[in-house]
Write a protein that binds this ligand. Structure first.
Ligand code: AHR
Length: 330
């Protein structure tokens, strides 16, 4: 071949490769998530699941992380796990990295409700389905494939119903709320106010960010500000209740003097019921790994799915706490 024809051939090859890359012609690292090619049925071994966990703020969260890690290991799913340390920007970067890696499915436990539209659109454009896990997002439902988790509004309503029974003649209560702007805190606060009897007054509501460390000082401040006026306390989670009880004990208050209701049903919450501090613990189940991976596989195989999968939950009481504690998984 002459030099001239060789240059021509090279130029044609370079042009072809440029056109291919501009059209996104590079093969994805993982099987395309939404539709399996004809005849191919994906198994868990084909799945790479991205789980940008929001943090490690509570015992609930630790159990949720363990559920995803253990389920992935058992099923042979490749899990890309990260811990965003309660920062939305870290979750967004982790999602972007997962999109670049061409994962099969993204399961997102959103730290707050708003601000997800852009990154959800990026996942959509990359044909990677997103399952919203645990807390909700405010984005339109068309932006994600499904949501698996608890009904936070119902949890708030259940908590209020407990106070209606505990304080039949009314009273003053305080609220230690979860992370500001999170679906869990927004939903619980809403349901609580909808179902609370009119004769029970919420004196104050402050965030303890779902942590023991922040629950304690918030309770200390409440005890100083509302000394002698408090009949009960509503906690958005057990970790804040555990932190707050340290402050309540230090103030010389005895178990049962204040009516207290919390949410989660962790071992720590059960211990508070056994010790007489909590009068009810509203269940919020963190063990969402198995259902999420089952749904992710259905999405990979283009099967029909349920868009909103709500966890079946109940309320725990002190009378059964000692018997149930050894059976609790978290
Ligand atoms: O979103 C679920 C909530 O987040 C749990 O109630 C709480 O413990 C966790 O931090």
């Amino acid at each position: 071949m002459s030099k001239k024809s060789l240059y021509k051939l090279l130029a044609v090859l370079m042009l072809a490769s440029l056109i291919l890359s501009a059209c996104g012609g590079a093969a994805p690292a993982q099987p395309a998530a939404t539709e399996a090619p004809a005849g191919k049925v994906y198994t868990y071994a084909d799945m790479t699941l991205c789980y940008p966990q929001l943090g490690a703020e509570s015992d609930w969260r630790t159990a949720n992380t363990a559920s995803f890690k253990e389920t992935a290991e058992t099923l042979g799913v490749k899990l890309i796990f990260s811990d965003a340390q309660q920062k939305q920007e870290n979750q967004i970067s982790a999602i972007r990295s997962c999109i670049q890696q061409g994962v099969s499915v993204i399961a997102l436990p959103p730290v707050v409700e708003t601000g997800w539209d852009a990154v959800l659109q990026e996942a959509k454009d990359a044909n990677i389905p997103v399952i919203v896990v645990d807390r909700s997002v405010s984005a339109d439902a068309s932006m994600y494939a499904a949501h698996i988790g608890s009904d936070m509004v119902i949890e708030g309503k259940r908590s209020a119903e407990e106070f209606n029974k505990l304080l039949p003649n009314g009273g003053n209560i305080l609220e230690l709320s979860g992370t500001t702007g999170s679906g869990a805190a927004v939903g619980r606060a809403k349901g609580f106010r909808e179902a609370l009897n009119a004769n029970i007054k919420i004196l104050d509501s402050q965030t303890g960010n779902f942590t023991r460390a922040e629950g304690k000082p918030v309770m200390e401040a409440f005890l100083k500000k509302y000394a002698g006026q408090i009949d009960g306390v509503f906690f958005h989670n057990d970790d804040m209740a555990i932190g707050a009880v340290e402050a309540i004990k230090a103030a010389g208050i005895k178990p049962g003097e204040l009516k207290m209701v919390s949410i989660d049903g962790t071992r720590g919450g059960f211990q508070l019921m056994i010790d007489g501090w909590l009068q009810a613990d509203v269940e919020c189940n963190p063990l969402l790994g198995p259902q999420t991976m089952e749904l992710a596989l259905k999405l990979m195989n283009g099967e029909a799915i349920t868009k909103e999968v709500l966890t079946n939950e109940s309320v725990f009481y002190p009378d059964k706490a000692a018997e149930l504690l050894p059976t609790r998984q978290y």
